[in-house]
Design a protein around this ligand. Sequence first.
Ligand SMILES: Cc1cc2nc3c(=O)[nH]c(=O)nc-3n(C[C@H](O)[C@H](O)[C@H](O)COP(=O)(O)O)c2cc1C
Length: 169
Amino acid sequence: MDYILNRRSVREFDLTKKISLADLKLLCKYAEAAPSARNQRGREYIIVDDQDVINKLATVSKGSMVLSRCNTLIAVIGKPLESLATPHMLTQDLACAVENILLKATEMGYGSCYIGINPLEERIVSCDEILGVTGGAHTFALIALGYCNKKEFYDKDKFDEGVLHYNRY
Ligand SMILES: Cc1cc2nc3c(=O)[nH]c(=O)nc-3n(C[C@H](O)[C@H](O)[C@H](O)COP(=O)(O)O)c2cc1C
């Protein structure tokens, strides 16, 4: 399976099984392999499998309600801006890490779904409070993770030649 072309957002998980801590750590290792501006790697990760915490995070936005149907997530956290060499690039660095987790999870056969938090201030404040993120660090995104029954994740080609330009827009 081509796991890049076949990745898709999964919102229904098999709650009778849980991803092992070893695999969750491996996903974070792959996240850290992502590029970052000046290699600043201003990222941290919170592995969450406490159902009370997950249920609280599920109330942060309409889009986060999917979390109430999963038993594991990884919160991607941005380090304090003042600690970074190129702070204005942190958002891009964090998004690269999220994508690596989504792709590696797909390759490993797990379902995943990106839950957007940054840049919406209200969501950031809520997640930081629920997860105890302090000291100038902030929640960037949540990634719902788990076992899912689908083997083939995607069956349609999203690529449209119309998005391509040559030499000039
Ligand atoms: C920045 C961002 C924020 C997203 N936020 C949510 C969300 O809050 N809830 C959700 O269910 N899906 C969320 N998604 C997943 C998108 O809905 C999904 O990627 C899109 O519909 C395309 O479907 P696919 O991932 O299956 O290809 C988000 C995706 C991105 C990139």
